[in-house]
Design a protein around this ligand. Structure first.
Ligand SMILES: [Zn+2]
Length: 318
């Protein structure tokens, strides 16, 4: 069996829609392959493989979706894919395309006009194009005029390099932003009591103190919300304009095949918390008719949701 691919799968721009007065576009860093078992945790293969057929290595095809929001005064980029810094050995495994800059260009987004970059978390497949590996071997901020935002707890966790997930947290994806003064860390409502000189954020390299933001609204119409489970400090990003609302919940729901609250990933650090967060999220998203963006769904990057006759969350028809 091979991954299901459909016509238009190589399209550089995956989706466009309006949210009130805002314009939202899904750009893409392309696709990558991950083990299907890891993507579906304890769900039996006989069930998940019907929805996401694996290839001969048991891998499923995943997207790397970047959401671009034009608010009229700001250009906001949410998530930046895998980037161009992974080793040749890992690229041979992931078979990723490193195409986000081309995708942004195809969507008419200039790197220099981006004002804000938001990472839901700092795993390598969500912040790779925060920085660009240049031909001379240096790493530079991809969006030269943007302020970048990530959760303070994510950076603190990544710096600790725990054996469970050390390989997901790569300093070259964010250290250049700390050095350039472009990174602001979000500590929602100050709950983590982070300060710019907090030792949890220090080193190993000598880097300047990082500004801390405790507000959830980062700019008018764009706010973040803690959605713990996949990681302890995962942030969802809400987009609100007029009466309309959209949300990018990051790896809370990696694809629309993960809508069943119990279909959590093997990667999730706290699956029970994840299940609880998913139930709360679905109740709001369905009753308030949110547009929901899926970070790793190449075929369906965005959808509204509804309850099925059997009370299960599903993609809404029409
Ligand atoms: Zn991910």
């Amino acid at each position: 069996m091979h991954p299901v691919s459909q016509p238009g799968d190589d399209a550089l721009v995956r989706h466009r829609c309006g949210v009130g007065d805002f314009e939202t576009t899904i750009c893409s860093d392309g696709t990558f392959l991950l083990d299907g078992g890891a993507m579906f945790g304890v769900v039996p293969k006989t069930l998940w493989s019907r929805r996401m057929p694996p290839d001969d290595n048991n891998c499923v095809l995943l997207g790397l979706n970047t959401l671009v929001v034009r608010t009229g005064t700001a250009v906001v980029v949410i998530e930046t894919g895998i980037g161009n810094k992974v080793s040749p050995k890992m690229r041979a495994i992931f078979k990723n395309q490193q195409q986000l800059p081309r995708s942004l260009e195809a969507a008419g987004v200039h790197l220099a006009e981006v004002t804000h970059v938001i990472n839901t978390h700092l795993h390598f497949d969500h912040c790779g194009w925060n920085t660009t590996l240049e031909a001379d071997g240096t790493t530079t901020p991809t969006f030269p005029n943007a302020m970048y935002y990530a959760a303070a707890g994510e950076l603190a966790h990544g710096r600790r390099q725990f054996e469970r997930d050390a390989m997901s947290y790569l300093g070259p994806n964010y250290n250049a932003l700390i050095a350039s003064g472009q990174l602001t860390l979000v500590d929602p409502h100050g709950a983590g009591e982070f300060t710019p000189s907090d030792p949890r954020l220090a080193g190993p390299e000598q880097l300047p103190p990082i500004p801390i933001c405790t507000e959830l609204e980062l700019l008018p119409g764009i706010s973040v919300e803690p959605l713990p489970g996949h990681t302890a400090s995962l942030l969802g990003v809400h987009v609100t304009s007029g009466e309309e609302h959209a949300c990018y919940p990051g790896d809370l729901f990696p694809t629309h095949h993960h809508l069943d609250p119990t279909w959590v990933m093997g990667f999730d650090l706290d699956p029970l918390t994840c299940i609880g967060q998913r139930k709360k999220f679905l109740a709001r998203a369905i009753s308030e008719k949110w547009m929901v963006f899926f970070t790793h769904d190449h075929q369906m990057p965005a959808a509204r949701l509804e309850w099925s006759d059997r009370g299960k969350p599903m993609v809404a028809n029409g």
